[in-house]
Design a protein. Structure first.
Length: 388
């Protein structure tokens, strides 16, 4: 710390160059913060909530339906408490931009997904209304919906038997997600699978479902139950794949692409460019101060002290830009999430992101400062002062 004033003075010796380098570092870590929030949004839901559930889908594709007759056979598997089912609907409200995460669900779906908290009177209304629908509070707020509204959703896949793709729903409930629920739970739209079956032009009543949700008597039995369920349809034309809810959500998200791989590839390119940029800045700064470094050694600064100061300069440069960038990401991420109308459920920048970010700042700072620092440490006083 006693050399901080020297390090600071050296860092801002060329103010314009340092400013533009800081802007580049700021942009890199702003992007890092926002991309990490995106990655976290797609990988959330691994909390205690849902550990007692399994999801059974077609082994071949998540869009391939399963026979409805599997339900009773699955219910008989030891360790299974309850079996529900759902089907992807995918609706649009008024404008193609207004995509709604919508699902047709079985009558017992809300009993299995206990993190969906609905007032008793609204639950009763949902059960007794054929065209009834319930929505998450964030989704209701997004469109200004309230209980009693008529909601028309246009399906991008399923027309009704009369050929109309617009499905009418009666909004009978607005639910709140329990603490620990998966990110985006409050952005979903649920309606009766029976209504979906009766009106769907592509489906015979009671013949197929999209996937099954299996509630276990104990989370410890998950592996055994999964194997037993998949054995029910082995070597058939509807073989199943039973997995944890977290794995199912991840596979659902990967239909858009491998988010983790995409984020890693982008950040790898960004940080590689950042290393080249800041490395060149540090090398040029040290070359310009060759005489000054020689004078420091002449008046008694050890080679180790010179090495440490140059390394600290690189780290300080990265920390200054990186901390400001992550702080800006912390401000911008909630604004982007709100501005998307709820389509992007980005979590706030958390402690884990900050810790990883600071580690990267220090590591990159040490890396870009290493070669100039070693050169400064090995500097020969006579040759440096002679301009050689």
């Amino acid at each position: 710390m006693k050399y901080l004033h020297l390090i600071w003075a050296a860092l801002f010796r060329r103010k314009a160059r340092t400013f533009f380098t800081l802007v580049s570092i700021l942009a890199a870590f702003l992007l890092f913060g926002m991309l990490d929030a995106t990655r976290a949004a797609f990988s959330s839901g691994g909390s205690v909530v849902g550990v007692d559930r399994l999801i059974t889908t077609s082994r071949y594709s998540i869009i391939q339906s399963l026979p409805a007759s599997l339900e009773t056979r699955m219910q008989a598997v030891p360790g299974v408490k309850s079996v529900g089912y759902a089907n992807w609907f995918g609706g649009i409200y008024q404008d193609p931009k207004n995509f709604v995460l919508s699902f047709a669900v079985s009558d017992n779906y809300l009993d299995i997904y206990h993190e969906i908290e609905l007032p008793p009177e609204q639950r009763k209304a949902f059960e007794s209304t054929r065209t009834g629908a319930i929505v998450g509070e964030a989704l209701a707020k997004r469109f200004g919906w309230k209980v009693g509204d008529k909601i028309p959703l246009q399906s991008t896949i399923f027309p009704q038997r009369n050929g109309d793709k617009t499905w009418p729903f009666d909004l009978v409930g607005i639910y709140t997600p329990a603490k620990g629920a998966a990110n985006g739970t409050d952005q979903q739209f649920f309606f009766h699978h029976k209504y979906f079956e009766d009106a769907n032009a592509f489906q015979s009543v009671g013949t197929t479902v999209g996937w099954y949700a299996v509630q276990l008597t104990s989370a410890d039995k998950a592996d055994a139950v999964a194997k037993a369920i998949d054995a029910l349809s082995a070597n058939s034309d509807h073989e199943t794949k039973t997995q944890t809810e977290q794995a199912f959500n991840a596979s659902f998200a990967k239909q858009l692409g491998d988010i983790g791989l995409i984020v890693s590839a982008i950040m790898g390119a960004v940080f590689f460019t950042l290393i080249l940029l800041t490395g060149n800045t540090m090398a040029q700064a040290v070359r310009e101060r060759t005489n000054e470094l020689a004078v420091l050694k002449t008046i008694g600064f050890s080679s180790g002290s010179v090495l440490g100061m140059v390394l600290a300069e690189g780290m300080l440069l990265l920390l200054l830009g990186g901390v400001i960038g992550l702080a800006l990401a912390g401000v911008i991420v909630p604004i982007v999430a709100k501005g998307s109308g709820g389509m992007l459920n980005l979590p706030p920048i958390g402690a884990q992101t900050w810790i990883l970010g600071i580690v990267l700042m220090l590591a990159i700072g040490a890396l870009v400062g290493a070669l100039p620092a070693i050169r400064a440490m090995r500097l020969n006083i006579v040759d440096a002062l002679a301009g050689r």
